[in-house]
Write a protein that binds this ligand. Structure first.
Ligand code: SF4
Length: 374
């Protein structure tokens, strides 16, 4: 079983915090689609086309900048090359690209899950994040989405913006919950060095988000979502029961996935485990001159990764899974540390380990301690 990720690297404008690979010249879309289809076809009769594909994810960039006819050609090529038995086909979209017709066309193409990048409904915050859509567009697209045939959809929200008040956050959450989203990804704003926001922080024009404020926002979100039956199942992901994202959950469990398009990542584990990232260069991709460097991962590296990803999820990680699949057992120092974390109510340990609500707030620190004690 495997997944396919397609990176559609076009955006109308650069959001201030964004660290993904994208270009703002959109004139090359048609050429890109042709090249992507060639790329897909080059995987026919390879080890990558032998496994059944259960999830497809159109990410970016902004996949909704492609028209349905282009998406249809891509889907056709995928079905020609891969053995696809779809459990989930997701497409990321931005509010300013969505119409009732667009949603209905996507549905006819077999796209089963819509991922809407709203981030906020507050005009001031949308401007700060340099988003291309307005508050009204965000509302309208969610109305269209909840009235559409998409039973499965997710909305992205960003909290912890510098200067964002708790009232603003509560309003954002309230506005969002009115549309009964089955799934929400809520991210705390991170300041990445090579972004517009990163530069502004570096120049001292903006103060980075404060830890206490971010923790308070996290609590508000958890509480308000939970009241509506939307529970956290990973640090940044929330859903009603049964609506957890399949494609993303597979990343955390080391299932195989093939990434196509500039900047896409892949992970494949058969007789050896490898990870690679396609070169972040659309021009080279269009000329089929892009390079990738594969990194082979040892079983210890894989175990540590699994530990890191597993501890960020509500399920945690089972001792048996670590032993069977990764030949990894905790040593005495790690077990002592886990015991201490249990006493401090940050960890629950039975047949494995998982973080409590208190522990999840310092997940990165706990994971780092555990890994370095090995
Ligand atoms: S956040 Fe999304 S829309 Fe904004 S620049 Fe990044 S990829 Fe494009």
């Amino acid at each position: 079983m495997s997944g396919i990720y397609l990176h559609i690297p076009f955006c109308k404008q650069a959001c201030s915090y964004c660290n993904f690979y994208f270009v703002t010249r959109t004139s090359e879309r048609e050429h890109f689609v042709k090249r992507l289809i060639e790329d897909i076809k080059s995987y026919g009769d390879t080890r990558f086309s032998e496994e059944t594909v259960e999830t497809i994810y159109f990410g970016g960039g902004t996949p909704s900048l492609l028209v349905p006819a282009q998406l249809e050609q891509i889907m056709q090529a995928l079905y020609e090359v891969f053995d696809i038995d779809p459990r989930e086909i997701t497409l990321e979209m931005n509010p300013d690209d969505v119409s009732a017709q667009f949603l209905s066309d996507l549905k006819s193409l077999g796209i089963s899950r819509a991922s809407m990048g709203v981030q906020s409904f507050e005009p001031e915050l949308l401007e700060f994040m340099h988003r291309a859509h307005s508050s009204e567009e965000a509302m309208q697209c969610l109305e269209l989405l909840s009235a559409s045939d998409f039973k499965s959809f997710t909305v992205d929200l960003i909290y912890g913006n510098p200067g964002q008040t708790t009232e603003q956050l509560q309003r954002d959450v309230k506005n969002l919950l009115e549309f009964n989203p089955p799934h929400i990804s809520a991210y705390s704003l991170t300041v990445e060095p090579r972004t517009r926001l990163g530069k502004q922080v570096e120049l001292g024009r903006i103060a980075p988000p404060e830890g206490d404020m971010v923790a308070e926002h996290f609590d508000i979100i958890n509480q308000l979502f939970s009241r509506q039956g939307i529970e956290r199942y990973e640090v940044s992901n929330y859903s009603i029961p049964g609506k957890e994202a399949i494609h993303n959950s597979n990343y955390w469990e080391h299932e195989n996935y093939l990434g196509l398009g500039p900047g896409a990542h892949s992970f494949w584990w058969d007789d050896k485990a490898e990870r690679w990232e396609n070169e972040q260069d659309l021009r080279k991709y269009l000329r089929d001159e892009d390079h990738l460097e594969k990194e082979e991962l040892s079983l210890t590296q894989l175990a540590e990764e699994r530990l890191m990803m597993g501890l960020r999820t509500r399920k945690g990680i089972g001792f048996e899974n670590l032993k069977q699949r990764y030949n990894y057992t905790f040593n005495d120092r790690q077990l002592e540390y886990i015991e201490r974390m249990v006493d401090e109510e940050k960890v629950v340990a039975d047949e494995g380990v998982k973080l409590t609500d208190k522990g999840i707030k310092i997940a990165d620190a706990i994971i780092l301690d555990l890994v370095t004690l090995h």
